[in-house]
Structure formats: C-alpha cells, structure tokens
Design a protein around this ligand. Structure first.
Ligand code: IDP
Ligand code: MG
Length: 149
C-alpha cells in the first residue's frame, strides 16, 4: 500500500494548527501509520532538503525547520502521495487554492506550514530518513469497508 511522508513545519506547530491539519488527512480517509513530534537536528534538516542545497533559500529553510518542533507523520492509502499534495496545495500559499492547507492557513512561501513527499520513491526515502520501522503501525481501521469498495 502506498505511503507518504508529511511534516507540519514549526510555523504550523507554533500556530496551533496540528489538530486541524491532521483532521483533513483523517477526513479524507487516509490512514495514519506514524506520528511524532521532532526537535529536528541540523543534520536531519539538511539531509531532508538536500535536493535544494544549492538554492538561495536553503540556509533560511534549514534554520526555519530546526527553529521549533515539527510534527512528522506517515499516511497510507491509494494515491496518497499525490492526494496529500492536493490537500497541501501549491508551494506558495498566496497562489495555493482556497480549500488546501497552504491556501487556507498561509500567506508566505517561507512559512508554508507543511511538507509532503513529491513522489512515491521520494516518500520511501523520506519515511526511512524520519522513522524507524518500529515507529510505524500496521493496523486495519474498522471503517475501511466504508471507505473502499
Ligand atoms: P514543496 O514543499 O511544495 O515540495 P519545494 O519546491 O520542494 O516545495 O521547496 C521546499 C520548501 O522550500 C518549500 O516548501 C518552502 O518551505 C521552501 N521554499 C521553496 N521556495 C522558496 C522560496 O522561494 N523562498 C523561501 N522558501 C522557499
Ligand atoms: Mg518538495
């Protein structure tokens, strides 16, 4: 089953939006399989954003990610990688559609509240980077027959 890595960034945690953001993934029907609050090390932040290491915003991005706790999650479901990105919205909250997390709660690209893996392969790498195998729960929601044919 497809899984994705989602992280509520320090702005989302500081603003008290963890509950509302988690609710959107639950309401959609995705299954929560991992959840923890992390004080992110510089090393982890740099590894996570390694693809952006040559970008002008990299240094500021790393400082931001280590500036407060991050709520790290793994969600599972059919098409969850693309589905989570849809719920999250465009990178810049100003252009993100209303109804998306970034569109509803954000107004600045440097404070866009949440991360979601951009592809199935990236999701695997990010889940391995952030979670140990024993931190992921293998469980069957009792509502499953009401979500899937
Ligand atoms: P994504 O989070 O929507 O996948 P990416 O292009 O992968 O967007 O960028 C990673 C993160 O880097 C963004 O979520 C945002 O926090 C930050 N970022 C991207 N572009 C800028 C920028 O122009 N200024 C400041 N931060 C940026
Ligand atoms: Mg990205």
């Amino acid at each position: 089953m497809e899984r994705t890595f989602v992280a509520i960034k320090p702005d989302g945690v500081q603003r008290g939006l963890v509950g509302q953001i988690v609710s959107r993934f639950e309401a959609k029907g995705f299954k929560l399989v991992g959840l923890k609050l992390v004080s992110v090390s510089r090393e982890l932040a740099e590894q996570h954003y390694d693809v952006h290491k040559d970008k002008p915003f990299f240094k500021g991005l790393v400082e931001f990610i280590i500036s407060g706790p991050v709520a790290a999650m793994v969600w599972e479901g059919d098409g969850v990688v693309a589905g989570a990105r849809k719920l999250i919205g465009a990178t810049n909250p100003i252009t993100a559609e209303p109804g998306t997390i970034r569109g509803d709660f954000g107004l600045n690209i440097g404070r866009n509240l949440i991360h979601g893996s951009d592809a199935v392969e990236t999701a695997r790498t990010e889940i391995d980077l952030w979670f140990k195998e024993e931190e992921l729960a293998d469980w069957e929601p009792t509502i499953a027959p009401w979500l899937h044919e």
